[in-house]
Write a protein that binds this ligand. Structure first.
Ligand SMILES: NC(=O)c1ccc[n+]([C@@H]2O[C@H](COP(=O)([O-])OP(=O)(O)OC[C@H]3O[C@@H](n4cnc5c(N)ncnc54)[C@H](OP(=O)(O)O)[C@@H]3O)[C@@H](O)[C@H]2O)c1
Length: 316
């Protein structure tokens, strides 16, 4: 698996990363056996970057990941987790919560050291607390060697870019903003990349939107976006391909040119993992891409900030 560097002097990480939300049962129940299998398959395939958070499955994802990583040499994986989000509508960027969260994550994950510790979904939390408590706490932890790098994550690109440029963070993870349907992250990632910030593209399948199964019922997108994605899936099927595969081909093969260091995909099944690895190198069929882009054109770049949807949650 091809590797790229996090920032100017960070660790080398695989261009395809394993997203841990699935392991928390966010999309469907995942057994420990399934979690073990997909984590081992990812490591075997050369995927060394893994992202998780206390919020995913309300700690279940970290617990499952920790069990799956038991016995794996620490140098075999680069681990990213998060602080600050603890429920659908619960954020806390205080110093005390940040320190406690890191300790709890380390215990669940069975590690002493977190490579990248990220403030989770920063646009929703208290900005003053983020700037005055959480980020300085992460700087202290980095100075002490407890964590390797400081990151921020979220959906609102203007907030992410603003905080990344004023607070000198090492990494930014944005979700659902670089895919066949929404490409707004591209310019932001190029600008941040030039200033040494590593940008990760999370959810290139739009949190299940760009799959033949369609999005989960909590998906925050607008029904017109879901309908366009369903039409794209039908066109793919007619052409004998799977929309998820095309979506991964697009996101993975155009990432580097758009300043994206790694693409973080949720996978709880080794079969999906195998397909996503194939998508890294299988050339996109131009006729398929044209058909899919035509189906998605009416909703291109229409995230739920532009076109509010009807999903059951405010966001993930
Ligand atoms: N704010 C944040 O910090 C933030 C927000 C969103 C995401 N993230 C990170 O990014 C990761 C990825 O996001 P996500 O998991 O929410 O969304 P995603 O990667 O866009 O989609 C995941 C869904 O797609 C399915 N899938 C994966 N590969 C597939 C394939 N080849 N064919 C068909 N279906 C496939 C998965 O199914 P299976 O599980 O059945 O394999 C899962 O249901 C998260 O796990 C998390 O680590 C971070």
């Amino acid at each position: 698996m091809h590797k790229t560097r996090i920032g100017r002097d960070g660790p080398n990480v695989s261009v395809l990363a394993l997203g841990g939300a699935s392991l928390g049962g966010v999309y469907q129940d995942v057994s420990q056996g399934e979690a073990d299998a997909v984590v081992q398959a990812a490591l075997d395939a050369g995927i060394n970057l893994i992202d998780v958070a206390p919020y995913y499955g309300l700690t279940r994802a970290e617990t499952a990941l920790g069990a799956a990583l038991k016995g794996v040499p620490r140098s075999d994986f680069v681990l990213m987790t998060k602080v600050g989000r603890y429920g659908d509508k619960t954020w806390n960027f205080s110093r005390e919560a940040t320190l406690r969260s890191l300790d709890e994550s380390r215990a669940r994950l069975g590690v002493d050291y977190i490579d990248v510790l990220q403030c989770h979904d920063i646009e929703h939390g208290d900005r003053r607390q983020l700037i005055e408590e959480a980020l300085p706490t992460l700087r202290d932890l980095k100075g002490q060697g407890a964590i390797g790098r400081i990151g921020i994550t979220g959906y609102d690109l203007s907030v992410l870019e603003d905080v990344a440029t004023t607070e000198q963070v090492d990494t930014v993870m944005a979700y659902c903003t670089y895919s066949l349907q929404d490409r707004r992250l591209a310019g932001v990632a190029q600008r941040l990349g030039r200033s040494g910030v590593a940008v990760f593209n999370a959810s290139p399948l739009g949190m299940g939107l760009l799959t033949s199964k369609g999005p989960p019922d909590w998906h925050p997108g607008h029904p017109s976006v879901w309908a366009a994605a369903a039409e794209a899936a039908r066109r793919c099927e007619a052409l004998g391909v799977d929309l998820s595969f095309v979506a991964l081909q697009f996101a993975l093969q155009t990432a580097a040119a758009n300043g994206i260091v790694s693409t973080v995909v949720g996978m709880s099944k080794p079969s999906n993992l195998d397909r996503n690895i194939e998508a890294l190198t299988t050339p996109i069929d131009p006729a398929v891409l044209t058909a899919v882009e035509a189906a998605l054109a009416p909703v291109r770049d229409k995230g739920w900030d532009v076109l509010p949807g009807g999903g059951g949650k405010a966001g993930k």
